[in-house]
Every structure is written in C-alpha cells, then in structure tokens.
Design a protein around this ligand. Structure first.
Ligand code: HEC
Length: 109
C-alpha cells in the first residue's frame, strides 16, 4: 500500500511538471492577450486583429517578439484608430515562442 501511494505521488509529480514545462501558447494568449486582441484573434475596438495580419504572417519571430516585449506606443504606433498602445508584456523563452506560434496560426486563418 505504501508503495502504491508513493507511485501515485510520483505519477502526479510527473504529470504536473510535464504540463508546467510545455508552454501553451493558446492558454497564454487567452490569459494575457485575448482581452484586447479578441479570443480568436479577430481584433476588438481596442486592438488590431491577428487573423490575416500581414505583419504576423511575414515577420520573423524576432520582430514579433520585439513588439511583444517592448510594447509599441506613442510615435511608434502603427494603428492610429486605436486609442491605446501595445503594453509591453513580461514573456520570455518558451512562453514567448509558444505565444508567437499561436499568433502565426491565428494569422494563417
Ligand atoms: C491592453 C490591450 C492589449 C493587450 C493586453 C495586448 N495587446 Fe497587443 N496590441 C495592442 C494595441 C492597441 C496594438 C496596436 C499598437 C499600434 O498602434 O501599433 C497591439 C499590437 C500588437 C502587435 C503588433 C500587431 C501589428 O499588426 O503590428 C502584436 C504582435 C501584439 N500586439 C501582440 C500581443 C500579444 C502576444 C499579447 C499578449 C501576450 C498582447 N499583444 C496583449 C493592445 C494590447
């Protein structure tokens, strides 16, 4: 019985660390980006769409990650129709890579 419990805890630990390690771009997008960019990346009255977005489709990962991590505001703003700028996001490494992959998949739709 003791061994069984030990195994159960081990299995739980593996399952948990496994899901914590795999960066989930869709989940990050939902939590941090969807409020402004729309749940399906369709855009809102606050921020541009990613669906069919040429910048997302044609840019290298570096250029996209620069906008995400540095933000885009003031004179750098590209879309004058939105009152606010893009607030810089604290994303890095696998999380940043995963969310950009998700943007690319939304842009391709
Ligand atoms: C508070 C609202 C808000 C949130 C939250 C937000 N954004 Fe933005 N984002 C904007 C606005 C507004 C712009 C347009 C800025 C401009 O005028 O250039 C923008 C622009 C962008 C662009 C450039 C798009 C283009 O066509 O040039 C990218 C990429 C981007 N956001 C990614 C993200 C990601 C990824 C997240 C979540 C991690 C996120 N944004 C969260 C408001 C937001």
């Amino acid at each position: 019985m003791k061994r069984l419990i030990g195994f159960g805890i081990l299995a739980l630990g593996v399952a948990f660390s496994g899901s914590a390690l795999a960066a989930d771009g869709a989940a990050i997008f939902k939590a941090k980006c969807a409020a402004c960019h729309g749940a399906e990346g369709q855009g809102t009255a606050m921020a541009p769409a990613f669906k069919g977005n040429a910048f997302i489709k044609e840019s290298k990962e570096d250029a996209i990650s620069a906008v995400i991590t540095a933000g885009r505001d003031g004179a750098a703003k590209k879309y004058k129709q939105f009152a606010i700028g893009m607030p810089k996001q604290s994303l890095a490494g696998d999380d940043l890579h995963a969310v950009i992959a998700h943007l690319k998949s939304l842009a391709a739709k």
